[in-house]
Structure formats: C-alpha cells, structure tokens
Design a binder for this molecule. Structure first.
Ligand code: PMP
Length: 436
C-alpha cells in the first residue's frame, strides 16, 4: 500500500520496507492508531492542530457553510461575506500598518505570494532591480519552487536544482551552535546583524527587496533567536530600505504566548504570512497580509495591467474561511493566549529540568514551542516516546515539542514525563552514556 503514494518528507524506501503508523481518529490532544493505541500528539500534527483533534464547533462551522455556499471564488470582481469577515478579523488582530489580506491554501502559497507581492510592489515603485530575498540557513518557508529556495535546508535543495538565483541565505541565529567561544547573546546578535549589513552592501541595497524570517525557526530545529537579534536586524533593514516578511505559519495565533511571534520578539513586519493554526488545520487555508504602503502601490498597478495576475482557485474558499473564523472565535472566547502563558512553564520549565542530562545539549523554547537538542540523532528517543504513548518529531538531533494550544497542565506534565522516561530508555541503551 505504501507504494501508491509518494509521501512527503519521508524516506520512501524505508517506509516501503517498514510500513507506517496509521492514525485513524483523534480526541482532544490524543490520536489513536488502527490497533486502538492512544498517543499524546506532542507536535500538533505538523505544528498546526492548535485546538486538538475533536473540536466539534469547527465541524459545525464547516457543515453550515457547506450547506449554504460550498464554493465561490474571489476572482474577477466576485466576493463572499465569509472571506470578507475573515479578512476583517485578521486585520483587527495584526499590528499596524498591515491592511490587506491575500488568501491561499498553504503556508508555502502564503510565502510564495509574499515574494510575488513584494516584487510587484517594487515594480510598481519603479525599482525593478530590487528583487533579492534574504532568508536564514535552517529557516523553513515552504516547498514550492520559490519557498523551497527560501528554505535554508539542503534536503529541500539537493536534486531539485534549488535555490533559485535571487535568494541569499545568512547565518542561522542559533547561539548554541554558531556563537564563537565566549560570545554572549547580544554580541552574537550584533555580529549576525553586521553580516547581514555587509551582505546587503555587497549585493547592492538597490537589488535587495526583503528579508524573511520565522520568529522562532521551527522546522530547522526550534531555534529561538538570541536577545536583541531582531532589533539589530531591523535597524539594518531600515537603513537599506529592505522589507521585513514575518513567516508566522508556526508562531501565529498564540503559539509563543502572544497573539503572534512578531509580538513576542519585537518584529515590525511589512508582510505577515499565516496558515496552520489559522484554521487549526481542520481545512487548508493561508493568508498573506501586507502593509498599507504595499497595498496602495499594488492597486493602481492592477488597473494598468488589467488585473492582479495572481490567485488560486480555492484561495479564500468559503468553507475554509468559515472554519478559520470559528477558530479565531474560539481563540478569543477561551483566551488562548492567556491559556498558553499560564501553562507554558509546565512545558518550558519541565523540559529545562533535563538540561544537565548527559545526552542533552540544549533546551530552548517559548510559550508552547520547544526543542531539546540531544548529543545524538533524535530518532531513537522518539521511538521510545512513541512506545510510551507520545508522538514527537526529531529534527536532526533536536526533539521538537509543539503541543496543541488547548493542552492542560496535566497533559503537558504527562508529555514531559514521557520524554523523561524515553531519555532514560535511551541512556540505558547507549553503552557509553553516563547514568545520572
Ligand atoms: N512556513 C513555516 C514556518 C512552516 O513551518 C511551514 C510548514 N511547516 C511552511 C511555511 C509551509 O507551509 P505548508 O506546508 O502549509 O506549505
């Protein structure tokens, strides 16, 4: 059966040999396999199922919309109320000066759209040379040709003939790995900002359009940038008139203990992109939100060109919009940001208790996203955790944690406990590990 699908981000040969975990249903923060075994979903699927796996209100919202207007498009002077309401809600949430929304179906589409709108904007402003986009090594921004290029992971480039030539990558703000001996966080941040400045100077500021970053770099290994980093970076971007794109695909909607990761880290973006938790991933939807200035430059250009030549058939799909609206209602009603702040210490402090374990290199994270970097590849630990009833994801040596935002303190304690037990399983297995 495994042969019938080309599975994403999977060692396909190994999968055909070993098979797959087959999940058949979900309930709260747990999912169940075909044999009825329950697992705590420690990463919310792919960092996305913020409201857990059995939120009936989202099913109800989808059902009502399916029976009212199951599809309509936003092309060619058509609209529908549910997309308009969702745009309004998003614009109430995002910081000024963001003022206009473009809907897509995935995080990749949202970031692809961000690049295209930034280019369109620079063409409209009479700066056709200003097109290069800078991203981080180990940043993750998607899998389309453009966004895989922005992604700073060799797995996404090798054999795909990427990255495209207008992309530049800078050092990952990963203090644990990339700081020089004795270099403090602030000093490291200043050095990286200096590197960015030098790169823009070398390329020519008139050729650099934007810098894209996740507030916390998720897929690259849950990397939390050091204190002061984004302040320094924004100073450099401002100096060279380079736009800032905040990829909030993971961090958006409460994950970091603020509504957006940009709030947690002091980012003042010109463009923000959202997906995943926008609908708790119950249906695919994404949004690219741009500043007033970008929107205003784009509008007259579309008149000149006979329309904005960009769009997706199911972008702003009414059923997806209805589910997203219900999701945002639930976040507000349950004060999801307040809840994350309240329970985050259970995860963060709980995991930091393992910081001195001989198999642990570094523990990092904020809100309900965390990474424990081991001194060896994380895959074996994850297998132990799975046997003990928790699904975690290894990213190289790092075990990533991104539990549903609705997780209770008790569920987080259970998750941290299973991690600790799996760490002990691994210690016993490794002949040279020191037993604490
Ligand atoms: N940006 C970030 C930060 C992501 O983590 C992801 C997906 N993991 C994407 C973009 C791409 O989203 P999608 O897989 O929905 O295309």
């Amino acid at each position: 059966m495994e042969k019938a699908i080309l599975y994403p981000f999977t060692d396909l040969a190994r999968q055909q040999r070993e098979g797959s975990l087959r999940i058949v249903r979900g309930d709260g923060v747990r999912v169940y396999d075909e044999d009825g075994r329950a697992y705590l979903e420690g990463t919310s699927g792919l960092w996305c199922v913020s409201l857990g796996f059995s939120e009936n209100r989202l099913a109800g919202a989808a059902d009502r919309q399916l029976r009212t207007l199951p599809y309509y498009q936003l092309f060619n002077q058509r609209t529908h109320g549910v997309a308009e309401r969702l745009a309004e809600r998003l614009l109430e949430l995002v910081p000024a000066p963001l003022s206009a929304v473009f809907f897509g179906n995935s995080g990749s589409e949202a970031n692809d759209t961000a690049v295209k709108l930034v280019w369109y904007y620079n063409n409209a402003r009479g700066r056709p040379e200003k097109k290069k986009i800078i991203a981080h090594r180990l940043g993750y921004h998607g899998s389309t040709i453009a966004t895989a290029s922005l992604t700073g992971l060799s797995l996404n480039h090798t054999d795909f003939d990427l990255p495209l030539p207008w992309v530049r990558h800078v050092t990952c703000p990963h203090h644990y790995h990339n700081a020089r001996p004795g270099e403090g966080e602030e000093e490291f941040a200043r050095r990286l900002a200096g590197e960015l400045d030098a790169l823009i100077e070398a390329e020519g500021p008139e050729t650099v359009a934007a810098f894209i970053t996740e507030p916390v770099l998720g897929g690259g290994g849950v990397i939390v940038p050091p204190r002061g980093y984004f302040e320094e970076v924004q100073r450099v971007l401002h100096k060279h008139d380079v736009l800032l794109v905040a990829d909030e695909v993971i961090c958006g909607f409460g994950r970091t203990g603020a509504m957006f990761g940009s709030g947690t880290f002091g980012l003042r973006p010109d463009v923000m992109t959202f997906a995943k938790a926008l609908s708790s991933a119950y249906l695919p939807i994404s949004a690219t939100v741009v500043s007033d200035e970008i929107a205003e430059a784009i509008v007259p250009r579309t008149a000149l060109r006979g329309g904005l030549g960009h769009g997706f058939t199911t972008g702003g799909h009414p059923v997806c919009c209805a589910v997203a609206l219900e999701t945002l209602d639930i976040y507000a009603e349950r004060d999801i940001v307040g809840h994350v702040r309240e329970v985050a210490p259970v995860l963060q402090d709980g995991l930091r208790r393992f910081a001195d374990h001989p198999l642990v290199g570094e523990v990092r994270g904020v809100g309900l996203i965390a990474g424990v970097e081991l001194t060896e590849p994380g895959e074996r630990l994850v297998r132990h955790a799975m046997r003990r009833g928790a699904l975690l994801r290894p990213l190289g040596n790092t075990i990533s944690f991104c539990p549903p935002l609705i997780s209770t303190a008790g569920e987080l304690t259970e998750l941290v406990g299973i991690f600790g037990d799996a760490l002990e399983d691994l210690s016993r297995e490794l002949p040279n590990a020191v037993h604490p």
